[in-house]
Ligand binder design. Structure first.
Ligand SMILES: [Fe+2]
Length: 482
């Protein structure tokens, strides 16, 4: 049998859009402001000094009144709300190869994106030969395929590692925020990052696209933060696959219009549904779309974004199957628009008890994210600029104002919905078989909070690549993707 093309271990893909390009351009100016704040300047002085050094950036991209610099400082509206936010480049590298180089396609015309999508999808299937792929793609895509082979991004398949066990109903923990929900017949993939540039480059045996082939019937997207929303991974799946995304009233620098973006990539089956709308069935999994409150760049001192549409829009999802019910909470918490505790009360009333809560356990706060922009994804800059005065408080001690639930909030939700189990996720990339970097600290923290509340939910210490499967009762399936 001829060898087939698949994505290679260690390959990393990324795509940037115009918002990202703007953020990279203005980053030195904003970093300068933060540096000035760290040495003790007040916001007005920090902006004035930085603007002198980066005069052109300050004038081209920002506006502020001469008499109220700190209060009025803002990215210009035309950059907060781009009329059009096209993908501008697509990059690839295999950092596990000695002296590897970055390859890049500059996207001058978005009409080429469905061609790239088709190529990544055919490679992603991991069951087609070079010749079979070439027969189905444009001449541009054949050239790109040859480049991807040359850069060791794809190639003839390595001896295949274990695929996801398709007949085991349960939840599988992939890297960071990626989950795969399975019944015996249906699979729902959440916030996928595979062969991603966002994780840790030196992972020896990462989870590959090939391991999921045939296991995914639909994709759910929670929100457009970079660690949950990765164009190249999505493009490794069929243009026909159903994808559910949050509804975004107006795309902005803090939140992409995900539906519009996916359609331009060539996806034909993209749905955004109102919170609390009627459920949707995919195979034998019932999908309920619920609110996502919290994780807004707000602090008590600055508790409104510059514009009401500058919101990190998202969904949480409650999945019901004949085997289990699970609600995953992502990075949710509380904000002035609403609280996940109220949503939990609604869930309990409408759906009854929830078997498995899956949540980020980290207590994240915007007034303690630090002053080093390069330590975060580029999307954090857009977040901060939706509420620019927040720059003056990003270097405060940890935990003053939670944007996420944190251990206390997660435990409270478990109590309200009488969860059987509570599982951590979305707190880092790690080797298969290893816990998330904060799990060892946060799992006991949640367990203590549950005990304090008199809640019987069990915290499940699963690891990257594990499953939590229903086999009579639920149990960890260690190394499901090893
Ligand atoms: Fe997030």
């Amino acid at each position: 049998m001829s060898k087939v093309i698949a994505f290679k271990n260690g390959s990393e893909l990324s795509a940037l859009n115009k918002n990202d390009d703007i953020s990279y351009k203005i980053q030195p100016f904003i970093q300068e402001i933060l540096d000035n704040l760290v040495v003790g300047d007040i916001l007005e002085k920090a902006i004035t000094k930085a603007a002198k050094k980066h005069q052109q950036l300050a004038e081209s991209y920002f506006e502020y009144g001469a008499n109220n610099i700190a209060e009025s400082f803002s990215l210009k509206d035309e950059f907060l709300f781009l009329n059009h936010n096209p993908i501008t480049s697509f990059s690839y590298q295999n950092k596990q190869r000695l002296l590897s180089k970055v390859g890049q396609e500059i996207i001058e015309n978005e009409s080429i994106l469905p061609d790239i999508h088709n190529l990544l999808y055919l490679c992603g299937q991991s069951n087609l030969t070079y010749k079979q792929i070439c027969q189905q793609i444009s001449s541009y895509a054949i050239d790109l395929l040859d480049k991807l082979i040359k850069y060791k991004i794809v190639g003839e398949q390595e001896p295949s590692r274990k695929s996801i066990p398709q007949k085991k109903p349960g939840i599988f923990r992939l890297q960071h925020a990626t989950l795969l929900y399975r019944t015996k017949t249906t699979g729902i993939l959440v916030d996928p990052h595979l062969h991603s540039n966002y994780g840790i480059s030196n992972i020896k045996n990462d989870i590959t696209r090939a391991q999921l082939e045939g296991s995914v019937d639909a994709i759910l997207i929670s929100h457009s933060h970079y660690d949950h929303w990765h164009y190249p991974t999505l493009m490794m799946f069929s243009p026909e696959i159903p994808i559910f995304v949050p509804k975004v009233p107006r795309g902005s620098i803090i939140c992409e219009d995900m539906e519009a973006r996916l359609k331009i990539l060539g996806f034909k089956n993209v749905t955004c549904v109102d919170w609390n709308a009627d459920p949707i069935m995919v195979g034998d999994i019932e999908i309920n779309i619920l609110p996502f409150y919290g994780e807004q760049p707000l602090v008590p001192e600055y508790n409104q974004p510059k514009h009401p549409n500058l919101r990190n829009w998202g969904n949480t999802y409650l999945l019901r199957t004949e085997y289990y019910t699970s609600w995953f909470l992502i990075d949710a918490g509380q904000d002035p628009m609403g609280s996940m505790f109220d949503v939990a009360e609604y869930v309990k009333q409408k759906f009854g008890k929830v078997d498995y809560i899956v949540s980020n356990f980290q207590p994240l706060s915007y007034n303690s994210i630090g002053a080093n922009l390069s330590s975060w994804g580029i999307d954090i800059l857009g977040n901060l600029l939706s509420n620019p005065q927040i720059l003056s408080v990003t270097n405060k001690p940890e935990g003053e104002h939670l944007a996420t639930l944190g251990p206390t909030g997660v435990a409270e939700i478990c109590k309200i919905v009488e969860a059987k189990s509570c599982l951590p996720y979305a707190d880092s990339w790690a080797e298969i078989g290893q816990p998330g970097v904060n799990d060892e600290k946060l799992i006991p923290a949640v367990a203590i909070e549950l005990k304090n509340l008199g809640c019987l939910s069990q915290v499940v210490p699963w690891k990257i690549g594990d499953g939590y499967v229903v086999n009579g009762k639920a149990e960890i399936l260690a190394g499901a993707l090893a």
